[in-house]
Design a binder for this molecule. Structure first.
Ligand code: SUO
Length: 446
């Protein structure tokens, strides 16, 4: 029997050290805005406003907490010694790039937190979670341990939820989580097809690969996750991303495609072999016909797709179709804005478009879709999870008050060495785990 299930979205709450350090080679926005002054308070409030609007529309909206940054244990592991204050001082003097890396608020992009397979797809009928090792970028490679702790605290009941450690943290198994993973299905509670998109084959140097920018996800990583989650061969498709797209700034598949239900919304440059991907999906999708919305390069050139983040949108079910939740930048780029007007008139599956302002995150290359991790949960699983992280009016009020009480409204690279910032962050996060009822998840709390 098919159980009733929903798609819950867990957004990363933006952390108090949100800043522009230019850490992500291959991510155009991150490089363009390097050293600009950030506004962590505004960033967190923009994220919360997005969550609130979606929660008000009836979507199940959860929160994943930010991590402790700057991360002193990482600096200690790299040989910086002394008190926390001395460590910050030494790192700032000897290698400010390392300090910037361990200070990034990059855990806000929870589409990279983990890959999640719903219980309808897995061998043991539990929801499976594998935190992404994010091994392509140092600042992101330090996320997975605490991410794993947070996921275990939220999805604790092991009769419903299974947690795997991140894959080995080497480039061969580079894994960027749900940003390269889309699930297509009939109803959410039915078995679906999990589409894993990879940038490179690690153990075959002859295979096509990008020339300019790094491919962050390997086929071998995607295959390992499918094995760990107990997915059936007929429920999985592996597809290579078009290397030219990666070289044009599409560092994750979710910058060029998004799927929901039976619908795949994608750009003609998304896949190396588009026809094969569609044929594979059609062959494996049961319970629904695949519906595709293909955007051609003539309608939206790839540069405009990257600049606007058109595809880094949330595609959500509504009463009469699907809504595309797009970043504000989509209305600032003529080709994209024109395309969206046509899209809703086209009679296709996407029937409405709504604009969300997440500019602070966008300036680091993170749109609405980057900010959320999708977890399909049936009614039993939804009751079994820790519900203190689900957004209610009350929690929204408490979190906005918390942000306003603890966050700075400007942050530059020099501020990262400020010992006061570290104290502010720890105080704020200690209070946050209390608000969310998560117990101790941070290193400084253990
Ligand atoms: N899914 C969106 C991820 C964006 C993220 N940006 C960053 O880490 C930029 C941080 C900085 O440059 O300060 C990344 O590239 O992984």
């Amino acid at each position: 029997m098919v159980k009733h299930a929903v798609e819950a979205n867990f957004d990363g709450l933006v952390g108090p050290t949100h800043n522009y350090a230019g850490l992500s080679w291959g991510n155009v926005a991150s490089k363009t805005n390097v050293s600009a002054e950030s506004n962590p308070r505004e960033a967190a409030l923009q994220g919360l406003a997005k969550m609130k609007r979606l929660a008000d529309r009836g979507y199940v909206q959860g929160i994943l907490p930010p991590h402790e940054r700057p991360h002193i244990p990482t600096l200690r592991a790299l040989g910086f010694t002394g008190t926390d204050r001395q460590i910050l001082e030494r790192a700032a003097k000897e290698n400010p790039s390392i300090l910037a890396a361990v200070s990034s608020a990059s855990t806000m992009w929870t589409a990279n937190a983990a890959t999640v397979s719903p219980s309808a797809d897995t061998g043991d009928h539990r929801v499976h979670f594998t935190p992404a090792n994010l091994s392509a970028k140092f600042h992101r490679s330090i996320e997975h341990r605490v991410t794993g702790r947070a996921l275990k605290a939220i999805f604790a009941d092991d009769s419903y939820f299974a947690h795997h450690p991140a894959l080995p943290s080497v480039s061969h198994f580079g894994d960027e989580g749900a940003a390269n993973h889309t699930r297509l299905c009939g109803r959410y509670g039915e078995p679906g097809v999990e589409l894993f998109v990879y940038g490179q084959v690690a153990f075959n140097e002859q295979a096509p690969a990008p020339r300019k920018f790094p491919a962050r996800q390997t086929l071998e990583a995607s295959q390992a996750i499918a094995r760990l989650h107990g997915l059936k061969d007929q429920g999985v498709v592996f597809a290579q991303q078009n290397p030219d797209a990666i070289d044009a700034g599409v560092f994750h598949n979710d910058v060029i495609a998004v799927g929901n239900g039976n619908t795949l919304f994608y750009h003609d440059m998304a896949f190396l072999d588009e026809a094969q991907v569609l044929a594979d999906l059609r062959a494996r999708l049961t319970g629904a016909e695949l519906d595709t919305v293909r955007v051609s390069s003539a309608e939206v050139p790839i540069e405009d797709a990257v600049a606007s983040y058109l595809f880094n949108s949330q595609l959500l079910n509504t009463a009469d179709g699907m809504m595309l939740a797009v970043p504000g930048e989509c209305r600032e780029i003529a080709s994209v804005s024109r395309y969206l007007d046509e899209l809703v008139k086209s009679g296709g599956p996407i029937t409405s478009v709504e604009v969300f302002d997440v500019k602070q995150s966008m300036r680091n290359g993170g749109g609405p879709a980057c900010l959320r991790l999708r977890v399909v949960l049936n009614d039993d699983e939804l009751s079994a999870m820790h519900r203190g992280v689900l957004l209610t009016d009350d929690l929204y009020e408490r979190l906005t008050t918390w942000v306003k009480g603890h966050y700075r409204d400007r942050l530059s690279q020099e501020d990262l060495a400020d010992p006061m910032l570290l104290d502010e962050v720890r105080k704020a996060l200690d209070e946050l785990t209390g608000i969310l009822g998560l117990g101790s998840i941070y290193d400084f709390q253990l």
